[in-house]
Design a protein around this ligand. Sequence first.
Ligand code: FRU
Length: 470
Amino acid sequence: MKEVQLLKQTLRNIMANHHHPPDDIHRPQWHLSPLVGLMNDPNGFIQFHGKYHLFYQWNPLDCDHSTKLWGHWSSSNLVDWNNETVALLPCQSFDINGCFSGSAVNDNGQLVLIYTGNVMLGKTEAERTAWQCIARQDSHGEFIKQPVIGQLAGYTGHIRDPKVWKHNNIWYMVLAAQDLQLQGKVLLLKSPNLEDWELLGEIAGSTVGDTPAFGYMWECPDLFHLDGYDILINCPQGVKAEARRYLNQYQCGYVLGQLDYATGNYSHQSFVELDYGHEFYAPQTTLTTDGRRLLVGWMGMPDQDEFSQPTLKFGWLHMMSAPRELSLKDGKLYQTPARELQTLRQHHQHLTGCADTLNTLDVPSAELIIQVNGNFQICIANTLWLQCDTQGITLTRQSLSRDENEVRYWDGKVEQLQILLDHSSVEIFINQGLGVMTSRYFPKNTPQLIFSGDANLEVDYWQLNAMSLT
Ligand code: FRU
């Protein structure tokens, strides 16, 4: 595979010398985005030998989903990142139509990627099969691939996105699958060695246990233990929109439960959305050595106006969310920006007073913490509108392709907001992270933020520095 190695090195050199044009005003300055082409899911998020590694679904050839390889970034502090050599290219019979999403583990000091090899058998979406594969990193840094799970009886070819973890010296995997009745499921498997896997059964999914019909595919499952619960994150496709929830093309949420490792039985509560904004999908978590559960997500949504985004004309599409820390309080999942991001803060200002009287702020890249007391509105770049009242938050933006507004809701009493902005993205953390709304927006000029309303606000505002990406 000398050619593959040469190709990877060539790509690495091109990446190192890549510069963004200055008129590309939507390019984030401290979030990760693809140098060229389309990125989607975070993959293989892990802290390994003291360094964070974040792989990602990447098509460097075009802004579409036709090719999928694993790009790779690394970081020692979650703020400054390195472009690493591409990790996985679809070049074997078992992954020829894409190295799809998956995870990473530390197997006795060796970094191992576990991913899905997508293999198309015909021209339609349904004519496909999938291999679950491992790729062990050798002493030269190369990933040596091996298919370990083939097509599973009783399921269609839509089987993918293995997330693996170790419990009591045994490896466990959650895997997204679709049964022959076209219902989305999450499977649990176990292995002594990452190579020989035994299917334990379906632990969750549409029509499993108490769950009603809830989608034809549950993509990107992730199961982890946090503060007394085994939390299952998953992304159901095919769920009907309701008046104030499930408003994106596909859903992304979690259930709280208990996994009985002895029986493989998982009992869980009902589905809760993880993010209430316009774009957040396929998140993945990892456990840090200091005991934090971190989550990153794709700030994108498949099949939802993706190709109307104006960054296409600069040859790139989509970005990663900020890393978030997860915690549980009173049976609710909280997400807050990773504390490392505070090192980006510059030029602090403190504003107080009635929203109508507060200064307009420059927010190409900024953080705001707002103590809320009453009703108010925020307008960002005449492109995105946040309305906060006694019911909760309404976030509105103009559709990129239709003459209509796209509105998203968070219901509840708002006490505090922490807002992160980065050129074309906003992440709104409500009440210390009890709710989050993540959305892209595309201002025409350097964005400004205008407050209005009669609420008395107390605002801390920082401009945010750029990350270094080398
Ligand atoms: C989620 C997803 C995964 C799949 C990957 C392909 O966005 O559809 O299920 O592995 O993207 O890029």
